[in-house]
Design a protein around this ligand. Structure first.
Ligand code: FAD
Ligand code: NAD
Length: 463
């Protein structure tokens, strides 16, 4: 068997692994990256990018189907139609373009990239089962970035035809007439709303008592209202029991069974860390439940064995995986770094979008005592009105004693683009006075952030 020697061996070329590889290469570390599927991982090929492309197409299609909203701004259009196969081809072209970019960046950084499944032998070696034959790779540092995969339900196993994971749902070439979504988390709500806008009659079944259980009611209510406006029937505290012949059987919160028409069923009940089938057990690492346990440097329980991304647990977000990957490469190169998870933004690309950075008022109070909260609604924001999108708010939470910002949350159209301002405030340890003292451009939705800080200081201007 061929033998390859390197300083850093990375298993998994998703956002965690490929970013670690690029930075390691840039820092002059001899790096090998092994990827079983496609460089870019779940995020690029079956996650973040494809879903946001479909959401954009759905928004555009839906806007054309809203004569009242269009008439209000003086527009009237003829009949429009959707060629969904073309939409999917457009989405695939974006993915292909970005994947080419990832390959080029790895090459530029001098990373040796191998296509094939890696099997770990021990903490210093693995075998890559490449098309060209097996290759033994010996390394000084091993980085595990094998990500996650969709979790199935025993009652509704994926069949690739009718009961789908997000991967297959994002590859449908025809919009189903009826779609049942099991799980009202990120994927269920993002894709459920998008398919409703594309014309599907959508039903959402959630086990917990509310949709998007990660977020508080103030943030989820506008999304729940919009889902209802889109004709989505949502049942919470419910259980999906079985699926056969286009019908999903559901037990409601009251225990009463109902049958829901569903040409397709999307099961989106979370993702499972990818930890089996590639020799991970040979390392006998300490686990944290189903995830690899890591410390604040992404070090595992074994010296010079590191782990980043979804395989290390929540939050399963691409930007967290990337930040961890970048950091591990820098630590291996000798830099002093540690991962601070206090300012990781989370965005739900629903309609309206939700942004969460840091602590909610309730969590802030529990952890820090007295807090002040400032809230500004988009209905008082000029820019939101001009976009026909004045639903939602920005909420800022700070310590009462020194006004250090502990959390910023928003719900509204396009608020995803405000997330960097919110995150920067937390990362820089901003106080309310810093946000209030920053000149925010007019007219922008970011003024709601400024106004929320002014409100928390008891000196609002525009409310
Ligand atoms: P992955 O992206 O899962 O990559 C792991 C890679 O390792 C895979 O390519 C896999 O083929 C490879 N691999 C596994 N085992 C082996 C092996 N033995 N040998 C070789 N290679 C191996 N996150 C966001 O931040 N924003 C979003 O908007 C967002 N939207 C999403 C939408 C959907 C529908 C889904 C499913 C996810 C979304 N996510 C989003 C989550 C995001 O995709 C993940 O958090 C991110 O991909 C995790 O990166 P990772 O590198 O840890 O793992
Ligand atoms: P999730 O954890 O966001 O939501 C799963 C939902 O399913 C929860 O509300 C849960 O209560 C519900 N559920 C669990 N078991 C159920 C059952 N038997 N019946 C009905 N409901 C059930 O998971 P997801 O939506 O599958 O997404 C997976 C991961 O991908 C998330 O952790 C997220 O981090 C990531 N993701 C992120 C984004 C984003 O950043 N915008 C988008 C999509 C996915």
């Amino acid at each position: 068997m061929n033998e390859l020697r390197c300083k850093v061996l990375i298993i998994g070329g998703g956002p965690g692994g490929y970013v670690a590889a690029i930075r390691a290469g840039e820092l002059g570390l001899d790096t090998v990256l092994v990827e079983d599927g496609q460089f870019g991982g779940a995020c690029l090929h079956v996650g973040c990018i494809p879903s946001k492309a479909i959401i954009h197409a759905a928004d555009a299609a839906h806007a054309l189907a809203q004569p009242l909203a269009l008439n209000a701004i003086g527009l009237s259009l003829g009949a429009s139609s959707l060629d969904f196969a073309k939409t999917i081809a457009w989405k695939d072209a974006i993915v292909a373009r970005l994947a080419t970019g990832v390959g080029a960046l790895l090459k530029k950084a001098g990373v040796r990239s191998l296509k094939g499944r890696a099997t770990i032998v021990d903490g210093k070696s693995a075998i890559a089962h490449a098309d060209t034959g097996d290759q033994r790779i010996v390394c000084e540092h091993l980085l595990i970035a094998t990500g996650s995969e969709p979790m199935a339900l025993e009652a509704l196993p994926f069949d690739g035809e009718d009961v789908l994971s997000s991967t297959e749902a994002l590859a449908l070439t025809k919009v189903p007439e009826t779609l049942a979504v099991v799980g009202a988390g990120y994927i269920g709500m993002e894709l459920g709303m998008a398919f409703a806008k594309l014309g599907a009659k959508v039903t959402i079944v959630e086990a917990l008592p509310k949709i998007l259980p990660l977020y508080d009611e103030e943030l989820t209510q506008p999304v729940a209202r919009r889902a209802a406006d889109l004709g989505i029937w949502t049942t919470v505290g419910a259980k999906a029991l079985s699926f056969a012949k286009g019908a999903l059987k559901v037990a409601g919160a009251d225990g009463v069974e109902k049958t829901v028409a569903a040409e397709k069923v999307l099961v989106a009940v979370g993702r499972r860390a990818r930890t089996v089938g590639f020799g991970l057990d040979s390392l006998d690492l300490t686990m944290a439940g189903p995830f690899i346990r890591i410390d604040d440097k992404c070090a595992t329980s074994m010296r010079n064995v590191w782990a980043v991304g979804d395989v290390t647990g929540e939050p399963m977000l691409a930007h967290r995986a990337m930040a961890q990957g970048e950091m591990v490469a820098e630590i291996i190169a000798g830099e002093r770094r540690a991962f601070d998870h206090r300012a990781i933004p989370a965005i739900c690309f629903t309609d309206p979008e939700i942004v969460s950075v840091g602590l909610s008022p309730k969590a802030a109070k529990a952890g820090h005592g007295e807090v002040v909260v400032g809230l500004f609604p988009f209905r008082a924001n000029g820019r939101a009105m001009t976009k026909q999108a004045d639903e939602g708010l920005v909420r800022i939470t700070a310590r009462a004693d020194n006004h250090v910002v502990l959390g910023v949350h928003a719900v509204g159209s396009g608020v995803s683009e405000l997330s960097s301002a919110f995150t920067l405030a937390l990362e820089m340890g901003a106080r309310l006075e810093d946000v209030a003292g920053t000149i925010h451009a007019h007219p922008t939705e970011s003024e709601a952030f400024h106004e929320a800080a002014l409100k928390a200081l008891g000196k609002p201007l525009h409310i």
